[in-house]
Design a protein around this ligand. Structure first.
Ligand code: BES
Ligand code: ZN
Ligand code: ZN
Length: 458
């Protein structure tokens, strides 16, 4: 990120946006050499392709950037990754000014690489800051994605609960936020479910609470599922289902990334970030199927399946969130495989107690190509969570509507008067697309940041 953008140097290569429709027109006013080169290369301006045009003495004179006019965000994303090193500037002439910002964000996202264990050899190109673009917003968005992607991509052995806590502490100090980290036996009374889920691990469970902003502002609470590795616990996952479970802290990563962006952009709100960081491990201290836990609000939970651990972690945190009398609570979690069956890996499923909020997410979701889709908190399914001996079971039998029953479980821990939004996300790109390499992904973050800006800084 620090290297993705530069101030205007003496020379830079223009990036010229073209579409399948405008290609001819754009080339008509340029040297004949360009037209010939484009034609000989068979360049048709298919989105995400680009064409470098050499000058007579063999330098790159210009780059034609083909893009989809319906999705400007990714316009520069492939180029940011694949152009030769050097300075480039966006030729903004033919492009509506409102599109410069998303195009710049896409350049930043396109340059992402995960380099903790293998440094990339290729030097990436740099983009001259387009005039007048809100740099703070670009940096906030791109940095948040980098943070989230890096955290998710990091193997569990190097990102255990204490590491997640230290990451939050470092970000808190950067933004003058207060942070309280509680771990191990000390959370047994206040966060009994978090404690039970994390107790089998050699890495103590942690509850991380960050607070920022003026108390007089509307209070937003962000909650995240930080399961640093989900083995399934005693209900052990089969190997192929476990393979990606380093990403099961994706919800916590996204909540943290969003919090960082909110603080960086100084949104006028009171912010609390609440993360439950645990490893769902197997061992003699593991919680068991048939155990009954008592959550922070006194509700008793019969454990039907130790692999439905995320909702247990979130239960205690949502109770805490409700105690803060917030304006809005948003939780993020890689909660169910069922949500992926319902909407696939590239759409984030959400649930909300406020229909106006559900509606308000649609437009930014489309504009930022960060698709979200609402699923119902269908109360008649609540019976699927009945327990023979406790207030609720943590997993429904039957296997239908798993994302909905998980959300209904969570709702038991959210006070009725609280406005609540729950995101069940994949947090992982299963394939590489422009600006979105395979690996950890900040799903829902762009949509939510836009929504929060509109809600709190209209
Ligand atoms: N972390 C998983 C959910 C998950 C799996 C998210 C794959 C994304 C991709 C969660 O803890 C889990 O194991 N859920 C179970 C719940 C079941 C036991 C009721 C699931 O979805 O199978
Ligand atoms: Zn699980
Ligand atoms: Zn999980």
């Amino acid at each position: 990120m620090s290297n993705a953008f530069i101030e205007q140097p003496e020379r830079s290569v223009p990036l010229i946006p073209v579409t399948e429709e405008t290609l001819e027109d754009v080339l008509a006013s340029r040297p004949e050499r360009w037209r010939n080169w484009s034609r000989e290369r068979g360049f048709t301006a298919k989105p995400d392709r680009f064409l470098c045009i050499p000058s007579a003495d063999g330098h790159t004179e210009a780059v034609l950037i083909a893009y989809d006019p319906g999705q400007v965000l990714w316009m520069l994303a492939s180029a940011a990754r694949r152009l030769e090193a050097g300075a480039y500037h966006l030729e903004t002439g033919g492009l509506d000014e409102a599109l410069w910002l998303p195009a710049t964000v896409g350049w930043g996202l396109g340059g992402y690489r995960y380099e903790r264990y293998r440094k990339a050899e290729r030097v990436l190109p740099r983009l001259v800051w387009p005039p007048g673009v809100d740099r703070a917003r670009v940096v906030a968005l791109v940095s948040a994605h980098e943070l989230v992607r890096d955290l998710i991509n990091t193997p569990a052995m190097d990102l255990m609960p204490e590491d997640l806590a230290q990451t939050v502490a470092a970000i808190a100090s950067e933004f003058d936020a207060a942070v309280e980290i509680r771990e191990g036996a000390s959370i047994a009374l206040d966060y009994p479910c978090v404690h039970a889920v994390g107790d089998a691990s050699a890495h103590a469970p942690q509850v991380i609470e960050l607070t920022w902003g003026e108390a007089a502002h509307a209070h937003l609470v962000l909650v995240g599922k930080g399961v640093c590795f989900d083995s399934g616990g005693l209900n052990l996952k089969p190997g192929n289902s476990m393979r990606l479970m380093k990403k099961d802290m994706g919800g916590a990563a996204i909540a943290l990334g969003l919090a960082q962006a909110i603080m960086a952009l100084k949104l006028p709100l009171r912010l609390t970030l609440l993360l439950g960081a645990v490893e769902n491990a197997v061992g003699s201290r593991a919680f068991r199927p048939g155990d009954v836990l008592t959550a922070r609000n006194g509700k008793t939970v019969e454990i039907d399946n130790t692999d439905a651990e995320g909702r247990l972690v979130l239960a205690d945190l949502l109770v805490r969130a409700g105690e803060l009398k917030p304006d809005l609570v948003i939780d993020f979690a890689t909660l169910t495989g069922a949500a992926r069956v319902a909407v696939g890996t590239e759409i984030s499923a959400f649930f909300s107690t406020d229909p106006a909020i559900s509606e308000a997410l649609k437009e930014p979701g489309t504009r930022w190509d960060d698709p979200v889709w609402g699923l119902p908190l269908h109360q008649p399914y609540r019976h699927l969570l009945k327990s023979d001996l406790a207030d609720i079971v943590n997993s429904s039998s039957g296997g239908y509507a798993g994302a909905i029953t998980a959300a209904l479980f969570l709702q038991e821990f959210v006070p009725e008067e609280v406005s609540w939004l729950h995101f069940d996300v994949m947090a992982w790109n299963t394939r590489t697309r422009p600006g979105r390499p395979k690996g950890g992904e900040a799903m829902g973050l762009r949509t939510l940041l836009d929504f929060l800006e509109a809600r709190y800084r209209p």
